[in-house]
Design a protein around this ligand. Sequence first.
Ligand code: NAP
Length: 334
Amino acid sequence: MSCVVAVVGATGVVGREMLRTLEARRFPASRVLALASPRSAGRRLPFAGGEIEVQTASPEAFAGVSYALFSAGATTARELGPAAAAHGAVVIDNSSAWRMDPDVPLVVPEVNMHAAAKRPRGIIANPNCSTIQMLVALKPLHDAARIRHIVVSTYQAASGKGHAAMEELLAQNHALANGSPPPAAILPGQLALNVLMDWKASPGSDYSEEELKMVNETRKILSDDGIAVSPTTVRVPVVTGHSEAIHVQFHRPMDAVEARRLLASAPGVKLFDEPYAPGRHPQPIHAVGSDDVFVGRVRDDLGVPGAINLFVVADNLRKGAALNAVQIAEGLMG
Ligand SMILES: NC(=O)c1ccc[n+]([C@@H]2O[C@H](COP(=O)([O-])OP(=O)(O)OC[C@H]3O[C@@H](n4cnc5c(N)ncnc54)[C@H](OP(=O)(O)O)[C@@H]3O)[C@@H](O)[C@H]2O)c1
């Protein structure tokens, strides 16, 4: 079955990854529309050996579209998502606009693809990039022993904040190498050679918006409001590839031997766990351009019997955004 696909935000880092993903996976599209803001109308983007011209995203642009893959921020998703759905498109949105709406399923195909079947608004939400990779890694462990508590620290790449942040990190590296002050118009300060807290405050909480996304999205995706999640998120001077150190406790004890066995055959997971062989542990440079969520450093916790520690790395633009959205569309096509 062939269909028309619209990529909204096609000029952004996630949108361009969506085009590459649709092409690489030979998604059965008779036509792919590249939509963005009026600033980009007429720009040409490479696709399938040729080019497609960018059009302005508007309600009318969705006529005849079967799948609308949005990566254009929450404001655009709120404005245009319902219009695309009203034209009959299945909207799969990467922003935070719809994630916690009870009428919008929040889907990681390896974890809860079944949830995508019920979508009263015609909209499906892609979770936050950090939540996606964490849950791909934890799902097989959850199925075996049911998670009780997750303590997670993230090390998030600049591209997670979009094209401009990625460019600014590179400009900061260049400025520092030349003895100049690093520019910081997009990032909240010097990220090059540094680590930053880079998210907005959540009203009424000491936790950042990003940290609370990991709490609330995990509970929604795993359909378990009893799961405790204790997150700390930071931005590190990496261009692409988010890393996470995760401590996880279960309703029954698990050891590292069992965890490795479960992870070795888990969908979407690449177990990469030879930490003392040089370079044989998950790193962002391995994950960039890969579909897999890399999992390593699987260890029994030293202080909490029956709990596991692991290190998880994935390409935030790919499994953290574009690939997850395309996999949802593929799953719906059957
Ligand atoms: N980066 C990640 O790792 C990641 C992961 C998960 C989710 N997301 C989410 O994905 C979305 C896009 O992120 P990104 O990193 O790709 O950002 P980006 O590189 O800054 O790209 C933003 C895109 O949105 C488009 N856009 C902005 N305003 C628009 C409007 N009024 N109408 C139509 N298009 C508009 C831009 O078009 P112009 O070029 O014309 O301005 C551009 O294509 C965000 O919601 C983000 O939270 C990102």
